[in-house]
Design a binder for this molecule. Structure first.
Ligand SMILES: Nc1ncnc2c1ncn2[C@@H]1O[C@H](COP(=O)(O)OP(=O)(O)O)[C@@H](O)[C@H]1O
Ligand SMILES: [Mg+2]
Length: 355
């Protein structure tokens, strides 16, 4: 493990910002810390950077306990959401800053800065000032500045939060490629699940100062380990009395269910292709249809509950109030501390799921 946190605790007054945090990150990986605002993500990052000290526990970088190593000696690059560039410095000088602090010679600085300007696609902008750049370009400069002293670990705290939605999207894949190319171990903080899923090799989900789950984006999505993760990830709706749906019986002690759009399939009542499945379907009524760009989000009333499904734009048009047949493949059922996937008993033998 290149970075390791062992039983790290941190309180601010009586508030437990980090409770027994343990995780390890392999060299070269890009890991996301994902959780709602206030869940303790920034605190973890600041302790790794040396800007905050843990009350107990160890922070290990490259096999060495760094608890007593000052921030400036940890070899870490930092990109903050709010860490504005130096306004009165050009792009070149902003990127050169860390190297000048290290008193590198002029020739080396010039070559290194120009190398980063090329790498980050900022060619021709080295004489501009931050206010002459777009939000996306500014974050590229911030990224180049963090990389300039060749850190061995890169920490990014919600780096796209201040950038508008479209640019944020482009920056995500740009950043992912860039980090791959440089091969630097990186930890990326975000409260946005799409961002984490798209960018990270591995996700660490935080909630109330604790780690809820660590896993690949697919693992976290398909096998949420806790009720919190199940509700936080995916477009999840919580439904009670799930025993009312055909194919499901309520599990003792697990009274709530989560339904995600991909668990639900709706088809028109005259659809011949699905005729054999009518016996297994519920009847549902279209409550609402929302255009989501590349698909439709359809809300259906099924046995008094509202379920959501995503529908391809290629399929036939729907009307509000239209009656449809609805297949409910599975549910994620849970209580405070226990959760499990529940398959539709009647559909089990049919091998239609995932087909
Ligand atoms: N310096 C501080 N003093 C007091 N409370 C703090 C301080 N830093 C963070 N906190 C509290 O610790 C909790 C976790 O904060 P933070 O790590 O910033 O969460 P996140 O980055 O997930 O939004 C919050 O409740 C926050 O108010
Ligand atoms: Mg934060």
């Amino acid at each position: 493990m290149y970075v390791e946190l062992k039983n790290v605790n941190k309180k601010f007054g009586t508030h437990e910002a980090s409770h027994d945090i343990c995780f390890g990150i392999e060299k070269g990986k890009l890991v996301a810390l994902l959780g709602p605002s206030g869940s303790g993500k920034t605190t973890i990052l600041r302790m790794i950077a040396g800007l905050e000290s843990p009350d107990s526990g160890d922070i290990i970088i490259d096999g060495k306990v760094v608890n007593d190593v000052p921030a400036s000696r940890r070899g870490i690059g930092f990109v903050f959401q709010s860490y504005a560039l130096f306004r009165y410095m050009t792009v070149f000088d902003n990127i050169a800053f860390g190297l000048q602090v290290q008193k590198k010679d002029k020739k080396y600085i010039r070559e290194r800065v120009m190398e980063l300007i090329r790498l980050t696609g900022l060619d021709g902008m080295e004489k501009r000032y931050p206010n002459q750049l777009s939000g996306g370009q500014r974050q590229r400069v911030a990224f180049a500045r963090a990389l300039a002293p060749s850190p061995s670990l890169l920490l990014l705290d919600e780096p796209f939060a201040a950038v508008d939605a479209k640019v944020r999207h482009e920056l995500r894949s740009w950043l992912k490629n860039m980090i791959r190319q440089v091969g630097i171990t990186s930890i990326f903080v975000t409260h946005d699940q799409d961002e984490a899923v798209e960018v990270a090799d591995e996700i660490i989900v935080t909630n109330l100062g604790r780690i809820e789950q660590i896993g690949s984006p697919v693992e976290i999505y398909q096998h949420p380990a806790t009720p919190f993760v199940a509700q936080f990830i995916g477009n999840s709706a919580v439904v009670e009395d799930y025993g009312r749906f055909r194919g499901f019986r309520e599990v003792e002690g697990l009274p709530h269910a989560i339904v995600r759009p991909e668990y639900v399939e709706a088809f028109k009542q005259d659809n011949e292709k699905y005729r054999d499945l009518i016996d297994y379907a519920e009847e549902g009524t279209v409550e609402d249809i929302a255009f989501r760009g590349s698909y439709l989000e359809v809300k259906l009333n099924v046995c008094g509950a509202t379920l959501t499904t995503n529908r391809s734009l290629e399929r036939r048009e729907l009307q509000k109030g239209e009656k449809m047949y609805v297949l409910l493949y599975r549910l994620y059922v849970f209580d405070h501390d226990r959760a499990q996937l529940l398959e539709n008993e009647e559909l089990k033998g049919l091998e239609i799921v995932g087909g």
